[in-house]
Design a protein around this ligand. Structure first.
Ligand SMILES: Nc1nc2c(c(=O)[nH]1)N[C@H]1C(S)=C(S)[C@@H](COP(=O)(O)OP(=O)(O)OC[C@H]3O[C@@H](n4cnc5c(=O)[nH]c(N)nc54)[C@H](O)[C@@H]3O)O[C@H]1N2
Ligand SMILES: Nc1nc2c(c(=O)[nH]1)N[C@H]1C(S)=C(S)[C@@H](COP(=O)(O)OP(=O)(O)OC[C@H]3O[C@@H](n4cnc5c(=O)[nH]c(N)nc54)[C@H](O)[C@@H]3O)O[C@H]1N2
Ligand code: SF4
Ligand SMILES: [Mo]
Length: 741
């Protein structure tokens, strides 16, 4: 007996609709196809989706808790495992305080409904301020600037890909990554249509990436040069009187300050740090301003670099001063179905920034978390409070954060570590206990994070494909069970508390459901449980919700679930000024915490042109950070962890195709096979992250056989940060490259 289940692929932000044909008798996946009826992705899919079958069936994927005893792991029962974990965490908290326990959350948490909804409850249950996550090796600068400019960390403008006339992309390669902070299934198709309707695509990247190859124009830029380039574009717009905010002028503050700031950054002045001729910068500024609509979009290359905050800010400055923010074809804000219903600003006023600092380097907290580049030193450096225990949840920081070697040593020295993870990998091998969670096909899902960052308003519910095996647990259940046991309460109590907190802000006076009490709302959410119950509440109170009235039009989870292919809620619509949540209620174009960092940029400009050899990263369409290399269908094929070297540079360095090169930075070295490529800007080499699976104790047999690779984060430097955000610099790492003898 076969049947087909329609849901979303949970592997990347695009969350494409997939149709999974299941052999019920065998309990296995037959095929995975793109769902051509999906309201958003219309049948598109990338090679990774098929990897979901291999992931589900992978014998290396953990199904039972593991306990490490004398260096080797053995399976134990859930009760024993949870009691052990809670007991140790409690002891450490009682003897050393809550901050002796650190947490690290990895990227897949952002793709998991249960984690998104229950993580805050879990964190509160532990009570630690020493929280770390993959955000500070990723998008933290963007969240910081959006918080400062628009008032909320997820008020991230996304390019209106389907209507724009001009797309300027800096430091993103959506043809490999499928888009990030820009949920857009089928980027290749959307970019093709952009060009077919006469639009223009310009890509700025130190590598002629897959996306650059299909662009109208590609500009090589020196890594870290984006803030210079963007300020020079703004400089030209002011100098040539091309600034036109349009309707934004009525609610934008700080335009004069931006004009003053940009004065020093003339196209000529930034030729050195960008490597881009002044005339091309002028032409780009004119073309961007002249386009009927235009959107500037920056991603990993603009965030995980030396001036991540300034570059992320300047992307939106360009959008604002050309009047392209919040208008069709420009950079817009999505309106997700899970709410909130109306743009009712909370005007908290203060940016949740630097309310406390890390122990050793005193790096600022942002949104309640500390930069992960400080994790190792908070353990091995015994910061004022000293981290003694670590909880990792779906993360692999040994491969994904700077100076992985130091972090690995620090993890080995912990008094206790627990990892909630589906693999025994480079990080979790240091855990005392590993707690696995259900496979992606064994639980339901809805993308709370990525519906908020979407190029179109849509909503999609993903049912489970298989029933979860007896005794297994979803991620949120594991979190609540640990949190409950640490505090001597029950998971059910924590679940109720989470729901109560949600309903407090979604129903009652001053909300979209003013006449409803939390008790009434709660009754109407039956019979849903867990994350579904919370989501049902959010959808029903949301902008398209039925206001908890089954007879009314509008969305509830039941109605959404009945739409197997998801629902289309239309193109993005202007949301300003109502959506702004800054203290002033205006767009803050020149926030102080951003301007303060200009001194660093000016110093770099003055320091001049001595350009060291630098390393950047890249992504491959068949790879997914560090954790899909154990799926044979994706891992087979040529070695992907190669060092791309510009042929001229290679000649100078005495390197030939296939040679092994030694790459050395301040903190470490690796040896990787060389591929010559004129895709690379001279003076820049590229090595992807997420590899380095050969380490002892790693239980990834396929990855070790097919794509072991080396860990590029043995080269990235924990001392090299984007200063305001504390985000790690992962691109533009000074390195020496030589033939490995
Ligand atoms: N040099 C360099 N470093 C980088 C980057 C770069 O571009 N260059 N990129 C950075 C970015 S953008 C990111 S987001 C980070 C990612 O950094 P991390 O989030 O730390 O690493 P991932 O490789 O995503 O690892 C995900 C982990 O989650 C586990 N996992 C996957 N799905 C599930 C699940 O459903 N449940 C549970 N319990 N576990 C699960 C996997 O086994 C794996 O251990 O890496 C960063 N590091
Ligand atoms: N196939 C695949 N898809 C993924 C992932 C994956 O690992 N594999 N990871 C997912 C995750 S967690 C994320 S965050 C997204 C990331 O999504 P993207 O940001 O699109 O990721 P990358 O492909 O790393 O693209 C970054 C680009 O920045 C360039 N770059 C490096 N330094 C600089 C610089 O200083 N300036 C400029 N202008 N460019 C620079 C690089 O050459 C590269 O082409 O991808 C997601 N999707
Ligand atoms: S682009 Fe690929 S990995 Fe991303 S959601 Fe779509 S099918 Fe999955
Ligand atoms: Mo990421």
């Amino acid at each position: 007996m076969t049947d087909v289940v329609h849901r979303s692929c949970p592997l990347c932000e695009a969350h494409c609709g997939i149709s999974i044909e299941v052999d019920r008798a065998a309990g296995s996946v037959r095929t995975i196809r793109g769902d051509e009826h999906d309201a958003f992705s219309r049948g598109y899919l990338c090679p990774k989706a098929y990897g979901l079958k291999g992931l589900h069936e992978d014998p290396d994927r953990l199904r039972a808790p593991l306990r490490r005893v004398d260096g080797s792991f053995r399976e134990i029962g859930w009760e024993e495992a949870l009691d052990l974990v809670a007991g140790r965490l409690r002891e450490i908290r009682e003897s050393h305080g809550p901050n002796a326990i650190a947490t690290y959350l990895g990227n897949p948490n952002a793709h998991d409904l249960g984690s998104a909804l229950f993580m805050p409850t879990f964190q509160r249950a532990l009570g630690t301020r020493w929280r770390f996550s993959a955000s500070s090796v990723d998008q933290l600068p963007k969240m910081l600037t959006c918080c400062a400019m628009f008032g909320a960390p997820l008020a991230v403008p996304v390019p209106d890909l389907d209507r724009t006339d001009f797309l300027l992309v800096l430091g993103a390669n959506p043809l490999a990554s499928n888009g990030s902070l820009m949920t857009a299934p089928d980027v290749p198709g959307r970019l093709r249509r952009l060009r077919e309707r006469g639009g223009r695509l310009v890509v700025v990247d130190p590598r002629r990436s897959e996306t650059a190859r299909i662009a109208d124009e590609h500009l090589f830029i020196r890594p870290g040069g984006d803030a210079f380039l963007l300020l020079a574009l703004v400089n030209v717009l002011f100098a040539e009187d091309r600034v036109a905010l349009g309707r934004l002028a009525a609610f934008t503050r700080g335009v004069d300050a931006v004009e003053r700031v940009a004065r020093d950054f003339t196209p000529e002045a930034v030729e050195g740090p960008t490597g881009i001729p002044a005339e091309r910068i002028r032409a780009l500024a004119r073309a961007f301003a002249a386009a009927p609509s235009a959107a500037c979009y920056g991603r990993i290359g603009t965030c995980t670099q030396e001036f991540g905050t300034l570059a992320s800010w300047a992307v939106d400055v360009l959008n604002v001063v050309t009047g392209n923010l919040d208008r069709p074809g420009g950079a817009m804000f999505a309106r997700p179905a899970h709410g909130p219903a109306e743009d009712v600003p909370r005007r908290k006023g203060r940016i949740p920034y630097a309310r406390w600092r890390s122990g050793v380097r005193e790096l600022p907290e942002f949104l309640g978390e500390l930069p992960v580049a400080a994790l190792a030193e908070e353990i091995d450096g015994r910061g004022t409070e000293g981290v003694r225990a670590l909880v990792t949840v779906a993360g692999n920081p040994v491969l994904s954060t700077p100076n992985g070697d130091r972090l690995a040593r620090a993890l080995a020295s912990l008094e206790f570590m627990v990892s909630v993870d589906i693999y025994r990998n480079e990080t979790t091998r240091f855990a005392d206990v590993i707690l696995p969670t259900t496979s992606h096909l064994e639980h339901t899902n809805y993308d709370v994070a990525f519906h908020q960052l979407s190029v179109r308003n849509t909503a999609k519910w993903s049912p489970a494909v298989f029933e979860a095996p007896e005794g297994s647990r979803d991620l949120w259940e594991v979190l609540l069970e640990i949190g409950a046991r640490v505090n001597g309460t029950t998971a059910a109590t924590l679940e109720e508390m989470t729901l109560a907190k949600l309903l407090e802000s979604t129903v009652g006076p001053g909300t979209a459901c003013p006449d409803l009490t939390p008790e009434e709302a709660r009754e109407r959410l039956e019979p849903w449980r867990g994350p579904e119950r919370l989501l049902d509440g959010m959808l029903r109170a949301g902008p398209w919700g039925d206001r908890f009235d089954d007879a009314a039009e509008g969305l509830s989870l039941a109605k959404l679930a009945a739409q197997q292919h998801g629902v289309d809620l239309g193109a993005l619509e202007p949301r300003l000024p109502e959506f702004l949540d800054t203290a002033s209620g205006a767009i803050e174009l020149a926030p102080e915490l951003v301007l303060e960092d200009l001194a660093r940029l000016r110093a770099a400009l003055a320091a001049g042109s001595e350009a060291p050899f630098v390393l950047i990263g890249r992504r491959h369409v068949r790879s997914n950070n560090s954790w899909m290399h154990n799926v044979h269908a994706l891992a087979k094929g040529p070695d992907r962890c190669t060092l791309l070297v510009n042929p001229e540079d290679a000649r100078r360095l005495g390197l030939a195709e296939g040679d092994r090169a030694r790459v050395r930075s301040r903190v470490g070295e690796v040896v990787a096979p060389v591929r010559l490529s004129d895709e690379m800007m001279a003076g820049v080499v590229s090595l992807p992250h997420g590899f380095g699976h050969a380490a002892e104790g790693v239980g990834l047999t396929v990855a070790q056989r097919h794509q072991p690779g080396v860990n590029s984060n043995l080269l990235t430097d924990e001392d090299h940060l984007d200063v305001p955000s504390g985000n790690a610099v992962l691109n533009g790492i000074p390195v020496e490259v030589a033939a490995a003898s």
